[in-house]
Write a protein that binds this ligand. Structure first.
Ligand SMILES: Nc1ncnc2c1ncn2[C@@H]1O[C@H](COP(=O)(O)OP(=O)(O)OP(=O)(O)O)[C@@H](O)[C@H]1O
Length: 353
């Protein structure tokens, strides 16, 4: 059984005109202890609303929610007493895009704030807060004010604060979205390290597949309130089923941005662009040369990248292939046989229709 179990969860809102918006629709999700579970999707997909049901900051309209072996909601009704919910919430830390720090108090006091109801003495609170700052490598900034820190440092304070009550689960809601690539990478590797050292379970909400690929072991893709695909990261990246997933899993933004920046003319009937994603361990052959030798098509490379998924090198290539309809079909068949996930794109980087 998972540490978080969501069954048939729905969240409906009424919009301004009274029309019902299904922000979350029939979601089933099991997060196992120790997972770093990425929930990815475009803005408005329902990611934030969904994770806010885990600590009941958002009450669901229907469904069952069970966290840490405790029923929170059954058949859409809260079954945990409010007092117990308060205690349970302390075991679910949360970090946000805008850090949510108190600007008028020092960094260490921001962390201590979370321990107000811990029953610890003032001196113990201070000591614990300093230890938490040490954990995120910021002890030397304890007496600074949030505004004196960089975005990445402020997020680390927020992480220290979120860990103050020794949570089992940490929810990260777009925690790196406001950060530059370097700070993003640092925060992601800190989260990964904390997961290991503290045996945390992390739910990572993001619109960037790149973040998921860096640290998650599982991923769920959301679109219009629904989970359209979920599973082990490797399976989803190498064998995406859904069209949206296919366009998400490659270099996603990087691939699309590359194509856009190339400003290619509209492709004619004898040209096609493919995104190829493959495990370098399984695909040892030089695919482009083999395509030429075996299928007789010339593939020119537009983009290439290798990423590590859990230490496994995964390649992404973007190639333009010249050839008639039969040759294009033979190309796709050949690549699929070689265990390459192939997605045809148009010259703008959108899925080919
Ligand atoms: N309190 C609310 N009242 C009415 N509609 C809401 C409310 N909260 C969210 N919604 C709607 O629910 C849908 C899902 O929003 P949500 O914020 O969960 O998406 P998201 O995937 O987290 O996107 P973002 O990253 O932009 O926050 C959106 O259509 C949003 O407008």
């Amino acid at each position: 059984m998972g540490i978080v179990e969501l069954e048939h969860v729905n969240v409906d809102f009424a919009d301004k005109k009274g029309k019902v918006v299904h922000a979350v629709h029939d979601v089933n999700l099991t997060v196992e202890k120790g997972d770093i579970y990425g929930i990815v999707g475009f803005s408005g997909a329902g990611k934030s609303t969904l994770v806010r049901t885990v600590n009941l900051l958002q009450k669901p309209t229907a469904g069952n929610i069970r966290v840490n072996d405790t029923d929170f909601v059954k058949d859409g009704k809260q079954v945990i007493a409010n007092k117990n919910l308060q205690l349970a919430r302390r075991k679910i830390g949360m970090i946000f895009q805008n850090f949510n720090l108190l600007n008028e108090i020092s960094v260490v006091d921001n962390v201590s704030f979370a321990l107000k109801h811990s029953g610890l003495k003032e001196k113990e609170i201070k000591e614990k807060s300093l230890n938490l700052l040490d954990l995120v490598d910021l002890k030397e900034k304890a007496n600074f004010y949030p505004a004196q820190l960089s975005g990445g440092q402020q997020q680390r304070v927020a992480i220290a604060r979120a860990l103050a009550n020794e949570p089992d689960i940490l929810i990260s809601d777009e925690a790196t979205s406001a950060l530059d690539p370097q700070n993003t990478a640092q925060i992601l590797s800190l989260l990964k390290k904390l997961q290991k050292d503290l045996n945390l379970t992390i739910i990572l909400i993001t619109h960037e597949m790149g973040a998921v690929k860096k640290i998650c072991n599982k991923v769920a893709l959301m679109q219009s309130g629904q989970i359209i695909e979920k599973g082990n990261l490797r399976d989803v990246v190498l064998h995406p089923q859904n069209d949206l997933t296919k366009s998400f899993v490659g270099g996603s933004l990087e691939v699309i941005n590359t194509l856009k920046s190339l400003n290619l003319d509209k492709l004619n009937d004898n040209e096609a662009i493919y995104q190829l994603v493959y495990s370098m361990a399984n695909v040892t052959k030089t695919i482009i040369i083999d395509l030429y030798r075996q299928i007789g098509v010339e593939a020119s490379m537009l983009y290439g990248n290798v990423e590590l998924l859990d230490d496994e090198p995964i390649g992404t290539l973007l190639v333009q292939v010249k050839g008639d309809k039969d040759k294009q079909q033979a190309t796709v068949d050949f690549l699929r046989k070689e265990k390459v996930a192939v997605t045809r794109l148009n010259e703008k980087g959108d899925l080919y229709e």
